[in-house]
Design a protein around this ligand. Structure first.
Ligand SMILES: Nc1nc2c(ncn2[C@@H]2O[C@H](COP(=O)(O)OP(=O)(O)OP(=O)(O)O)[C@@H](O)[C@H]2O)c(=O)[nH]1
Ligand SMILES: [Mg+2]
Length: 249
């Protein structure tokens, strides 16, 4: 779905679920987007997904801070992977919209935050998993998540222009080594991480670290030189598939 279509979807919705990654929830918020929600007069929820990847104390602190510092109706924790948080999210939505009001919601977020996983979790927990609404774009599916609450089955991916410079490079990489260095710098300064357990070294944003990772996994170029490109790709993949965790505000 292109961005113009997403904005159209938001305009036609009754509310938005902004999904962020629990490992660094604040950096995954888009203030620009939240301003758009406010301009359009749409209530929004910040859904902190992947909460299984961070300590509870950190998750609770983030929730408190985001509640204070954002215009979100509510901030909730979920783990789409562990099927955690569904009821809390649903209760919060029901509380806002009431029993009798029909409401259509749209899920948005940066790449990889778990939008599709969240939609799947919400869909699997319901009796009617997908119901086309007459009068809507053909093929458009809505998922009933509770009595009158409907969720669009197509998430809106927030485009690169809305990301900070660092995240634009990590989420939409063109030079993977540069992207890996930016991620390493963030992990180095994180409150906690499993980096040392995964790779057996300290997270330092330099060539040497990529070389060590390459050697650890046997990524060698012809001639036996460490393949830092493959190591950088591995690091970014481990972050994206959530094997690698680190948390900071
Ligand atoms: N540990 C953990 N991993 C999760 C959770 N939710 C999603 N993931 C993982 O995060 C990665 C991205 O999840 P997706 O649901 O594909 O994310 P998305 O936002 O739809 O990504 P795009 O479609 O690329 O924009 C996958 O490897 C998921 O398995 C979660 O709650 N916990
Ligand atoms: Mg997706």
């Amino acid at each position: 779905m292109n961005w113009k279509t997403v904005i159209g979807e938001i305009r036609n919705s009754d509310g938005v679920l902004e999904v962020v990654d629990a490992r660094c929830p604040n950096e995954f918020r888009s203030r620009k987007l939240e301003e758009i929600f406010e301009d359009l007069n749409k209530p929004f929820w910040i859904v902190i997904n992947k909460v299984d990847l961070v300590p509870k104390e950190f998750a609770d602190r983030c929730k408190r801070i985001l509640k204070e510092q954002s215009g979100a109706v509510d901030v909730v924790h979920v783990s789409s992977k562990k099927f955690y948080g569904f009821w809390i999210l649903r209760r919060s939505l029901k509380k806002y919209f009431g029993r009798d009001r029909k409401a259509k919601l749209v899920v948005v977020g940066f790449p990889n935050v778990g939008k599709s996983s969240l939609i799947n979790m919400l869909a699997q927990s319901t009796v009617v998993s997908a119901a086309p609404i007459p009068g809507h774009t053909k093929g458009k599916q809505w998922i009933r998540i509770s009595g009158k609450l409907l969720l669009s089955d197509t998430p809106g991916v927030i485009p690169k222009e809305f990301a900070s410079r660092d995240w634009a490079k990590i989420l939409f990489p063109d030079d993977v080594e540069e992207s890996a260095f930016i991620l390493l710098e963030k992990i180095k300064n994180a409150e906690g991480t499993n980096f040392r357990e995964l790779y057996g070294i300290e997270p330092e944003p330099d060539e040497e670290t990529l070389k060590k990772i390459a050697l650890k996994f046997g990524f060698l170029r012809k001639g036996g030189e460490a393949d830092t490109h493959r190591a950088a790709t591995r690091l970014l993949n481990d972050w994206n598939n959530c094997k690698l965790t680190a948390w900071w505000l």
